[in-house]
Design a protein around this ligand. Structure first.
Ligand SMILES: [Zn+2]
Length: 398
């Protein structure tokens, strides 16, 4: 098997910046990372991207929906499509993410386990899609948030059966709608959907089966419940009460003591202005999210890609800039959030989000130093997925 040696002026290994160096790829995996200035091994195929280029791990979006089309009415559009049509559109959405350097996505809600179907395709054609960590249809109460995706379950026995079904099918993460959501009429963002003991049973069963757990939570009451239940990641984290977002010091302290990762809903295409409502909520939430960051709570960017025109499936690089802006991360911290920290949240630590021997060769080559300007993440030279190079037209990029 030929070794590829990718040389660049800077490397970010998922944790810290390394000097100029070379990433050696063999068989879809990173074989070595060399910063000694040594010559490439004999017989290796050297690709020198130049001293102005940087190599960073492929980016990880911890919250996407490949079934939603990032249009003006993604729910109606979903309901009009049969599963075959939907799958074709999902392949396109996944490809769009990959070409932006997003080499792993955690899909937190599909219909008919289609994201899982797609994830199984990637074992044959890894260069077609990002690696997909799939939840299947999100578990929700009858008539609850996103019930139209088919994941309704109520009461201890049905909930346990729902977790087991997802495990048997091959899902790696269990997603529960712990509060209502904006997309679903008849549900309320400030209200919980389940009892704490039922949520705890879901988490215990998922962990027993080796799966991670993610909770959709807007409601402050539901946030307290899912922290008690022991969920691995909280999605949205928007501290909703009947009056809108109202973070309290008590709930912030509980998050800090919990060990859970907060998957913040960030990322917006600059050409699509945020609606006034959302902009107002974010202004209330940014200072609290910044405080969580200062207190050392692990944060990732989960874009919720697909749910609106502002959030196409390649929006993640914009979310990274938001981590560094209003949330106050340094560029290194923002890069960690979308690489190594996100990999940990997805149950993929050491395999994704890092440049180290044995990790999957999912990486991006960018035309600038992301530590001085995170916008360099949008100046892509090349994306590698499982060692395959991908450029925007699908041909090798050198
Ligand atoms: Zn979502």
């Amino acid at each position: 098997m030929v070794i590829q040696a990718l040389r660049a002026g800077g490397l970010f290994d998922g944790t810290r910046a390394r000097g100029p160096g070379m990433v050696l790829i063999r068989d879809g995996l990173i074989a070595d990372v060399d910063t000694t200035g040594a010559a490439p091994p004999e017989g290796a195929e050297l690709v020198d991207f130049g001293m102005d280029a940087w190599i960073v791990p492929g980016l990880i979006d911890t919250h996407v929906h490949l079934v939603f089309d990032a249009g003006d009415d993604p729910v109606s559009s979903l309901e009009e499509k049969d599963d075959d049509t939907l799958l074709v559109d999902m392949r396109r959405a996944a490809g769009r993410a990959l070409r932006a350097g997003v080499t792993t996505v955690r899909d937190l809600g599909d219909r008919s386990y289609l994201a899982l179907t797609l994830s199984q395709e990637t074992s044959y054609w890894p260069h077609m899609h990002p690696h997909i960590v799939a939840a299947g249809p999100p578990i929700t109460s009858p008539g609850g948030h996103c019930h139209f995706l088919g994941g309704e379950a109520w009461g201890h026995d049905e909930l346990i059966a729902a977790v087991r079904e997802r495990h048997e099918r091959g899902c790696q993460v269990v997603k529960v709608m712990a509060s209502g959501g904006k997309m679903t009429p008849g549900t309320f963002m400030h209200r919980p959907q389940y009892q704490t003991e039922d949520l705890r049973a879901v988490v215990d069963e998922a962990h027993r089966l080796g799966m991670t757990t993610a909770a959709h939570v807007h409601s402050s009451l539901a946030m307290a419940q899912v922290l008690d239940a022991g969920f691995d990641t909280l999605e949205h984290v928007s501290f909703y009460t009947e009056e809108g977002p109202r973070p309290t010091p008590a709930l912030v302290d509980r998050i800090i003591g919990s060990g859970a990762t907060m998957s913040l809903t960030l990322g917006n295409m600059p050409d699509v202005p945020r609606c006034a409502d959302l902009a107002h909520c974010l202004r209330r939430l940014y200072p609290t999210w910044a405080a969580l960051h200062r207190a050392g709570v692990p944060l990732t960017a989960g874009t919720d890609a697909g749910i609106s025109r502002a959030k196409p499936h390649d929006v993640l690089p914009h979310a990274v800039e938001e981590l560094a802006g209003p949330i106050g991360m340094t560029p290194v911290e923002a890069l960690r959030a979308v690489t190594s920290v996100a990999a940990g949240a997805c149950g993929l630590a050491g395999r994704k989000g890092c440049l180290m021997p044995g990790a999957d060769a999912d990486l991006v080559v960018i035309g600038g130093n992301p530590l001085t300007d995170l916008a360099a993440l949008r100046a892509l030279r090349c994306v590698f997925r499982a060692g395959h190079s991908i450029d925007r037209i699908g041909a090798p990029c050198w």
